[in-house]
Design a protein around this ligand. Structure first.
Ligand SMILES: *Cc1c(COP(=O)(O)O)cnc(C)c1O
Length: 400
C-alpha cells in the first residue's frame, strides 16, 4: 500500500536533489570553512553560494543578512533574546495567541523569570488578528514585535508587511516566524520593514537541524551563542556545511517550484477540502480561507475525536495531523483552536492536511474515499453525536 503523506507542515521529505548536493560535503569536501587552505576555501565558497540562494528566495538585499542557525526554534529564540539586550529602555514584547511554542514558551519563560511584559494579541474565530489591540499594545516600551507570517495549524496568513510598518512607527524591532510561509508564497524582504525572519530547513525539503535567521543590515543585534566568529560573529559554532548546502539547494528548488505550489498544490488542497465538506456532515474549515497558504487546510469535524480519526487514517496508510495535542494526559484542543474560540465539540475533532508538490490526485482520492467512512464509524460510537443527531451546524461553515 502506497503511503499518503499529508503532514508537510510537520516536516517534509528531503528532496533527492538536496541529498545529492549535500553528499560531497560529508566526504571529499569535509573542510572547515575557517581554515586558510584549499579545503576551507572550497567549503566557504559553497556556504556563500547557499547564502545567495536563500537571499534570492526571500528577496533580501544583501547575502550577509542571512545567518545560518540550527532551525526555526533557535532563530525565534535568538530574535527575541537579541532584541531584549539590544534595545535599551525597552522591555516589552508583542506577539500573538497563535504562535508556535518556540515563541510562546520563550515569552512565558521571560515573563515568569525576568518580569518581561508580554502582550499577546488575540485572533477572531477565523484566526484573523485583532489589529486594534495590536496598535494599542505598541508603545515606546516595545522592544520587539514577533508575529508569524503563516500559521502552521490553519495556514492563515497575517499581514506582516503592514504590521511591521506599524512597529517601525513605534520604534520597535519586528520579527516574523516565516517557517511555514517561505517557499510557499512569494516574499520580497527588501521592500518591507521586517527586521528579522525565521526559516526552518525541514519545512522546506531540506534536512532537520538547519535554519536561518534573516537579520536586516543595520539591525541592532546580540548573538545568542558566544564563541567563534562564524556568521560575522552573529552565530558561533563551526558551520553545518552539508545541511547549509542542502538548504541552499532546497531554496533554489522552492523558488523554481513556487508556481506549482500556488497552482497544482492549491488545486489539490481545494479539491480535498471541498470533497470532504460535501461528503461529511457537520464539519467546517478553520482559519481564514481568504488569506491562507496554498497547501494547508484544517477541518473541524464535530462530535468526534481527532485522535480516533488519525488512528484509523493511519491504518489506511494516510498521514495527517490532529489539531489537538496530548497535554499531560488530558486531551486538550490546541492553543490555536482555543484562541479562535472554536466550540469545544468541534475543536477536538480538528484535522490538519498539509500538502506538498509530491502529492497527487490519487492521494486526494484516497482520503475522500476513506475519511467519510471513518467519520461515520466513529460518530456511531459517539454519545455526543447520538445526542446531536443531524443537528444544524453549530458553527458558521466557510462554504455553506
Ligand atoms: C516547525 C516550526 C518551527 C520550529 O522549527 P524547527 O526547525 O523544528 O525548530 C517554528 N515555527 C513554526 C511556525 C513551525 O512550523
Amino acid at each position: 500500500m502506497k503511503h499518503v503523506y499529508l503532514d508537510n507542515n510537520a516536516t517534509t521529505r528531503v528532496d533527492p536533489q538536496v541529498v545529492s548536493a549535500m553528499l560531497p560535503f560529508f566526504t571529499e569536501q569535509f573542510g572547515n570553512a575557517s581554515s586558510m587552505h584549499a579545503f576551507g576555501a572550497e567549503v566557504s565558497g559553497a556556504i556563500k553560494s547557499a547564502r545567495k540562494s536563500i537571499q534570492a528566495l526571500i528577496g533580501a538585499e544583501h547575502d550577509y543578512e542571512i545567518v545560518f542557525t540550527s532551525g526555526g526554534t533557535e532563530s525565534d529564540n535568538t530574535a527575541i533574546l537579541s532584541a531584549l539586550e539590544a534595545m535599551p529602555g525597552r522591555d516589552e514584547i508583542i506577539t500573538t495567541a497563535v504562535e508556535h511554542p518556540a515563541l510562546l514558551q520563550l515569552c512565558d519563560y521571560l515573563e515568569k523569570s525576568r518580569g518581561i511584559h508580554v502582550h499577546v494579541i488575540p485572533v477572531d474565530t477565523h484566526g484573523r488578528l485583532d489589529i486594534a489591540a495590536y496598535k494599542a499594545a505598541l508603545s515606546p516600551k516595545t522592544a520587539i514585535v514577533s508575529i508569524m507570517w503563516a500559521n502552521n495549524e490553519t495556514g492563515t496568513i497575517f499581514p506582516v508587511v503592514e504590521l511591521a510598518e506599524l512597529a517601525k512607527e513605534a520604534g520597535a524591532l519586528f520579527h516574523t516566524d516565516a517557517v511555514q510561509a517561505v517557499g510557499k508564497i512569494p516574499i520580497d524582504l527588501k521592500s518591507t520593514q521586517i527586521d528579522m525572519l525565521s526559516i526552518s530547513g525541514h519545512k522546506l525539503n531540506a534536512p532537520k537541524g538547519i535554519g536561518v535567521l534573516y537579520v536586516r543590515r543595520g539591525t541592532r543585534f546580540r548573538s545568542l551563542l558566544k564563541g567563534g566568529h562564524q556568521e560575522r560573529g552573529r552565530r558561533a559554532g563551526t558551520e553545518n556545511t552539508p545541511a547549509i548546502v542542502g538548504l541552499g539547494k532546497a531554496a533554489e528548488l522552492a523558488l523554481a517550484h513556487m508556481d506549482v505550489e500556488n497552482t497544482r498544490v492549491r488545486e489539490l488542497r481545494d479539491r480535498l477540502e471541498k470533497g470532504l465538506l460535501q461528503r461529511i456532515p457537520n464539519c467546517f474549515v478553520t482559519g481564514d480561507p481568504y488569506s491562507r497558504l496554498p497547501n494547508t487546510c484544517n477541518i473541524a469535524f464535530e462530535f468526534i475525536e481527532g485522535e480516533g480519526m488519525l488512528l484509523l487514517l493511519n491504518r489506511e496508510g494516510i498521514a495527517c495531523s490532529s489539531g489537538s495535542a496530548c497535554a499531560s494526559g488530558s486531551l486538550e484542543p490546541s492553543h490555536v483552536m482555543r484562541a479562535m474560540n472554536i466550540p469545544y465539540t468541534a475543536a477536538h475533532g480538528a484535522l490538519r492536511f498539509s500538502l506538498s508538490r509530491d502529492n497527487t490526485d490519487e492521494d486526494v482520492d484516497r482520503v475522500l474515499d476513506a475519511l467519510p467512512k471513518i467519520v461515520e464509524k466513529l460518530r456511531a460510537l459517539s454519545p455526543f453525536w447520538a445526542g446531536a443527531g443531524e443537528a444544524p451546524k453549530t458553527f458558521n461553515p466557510v462554504y455553506a
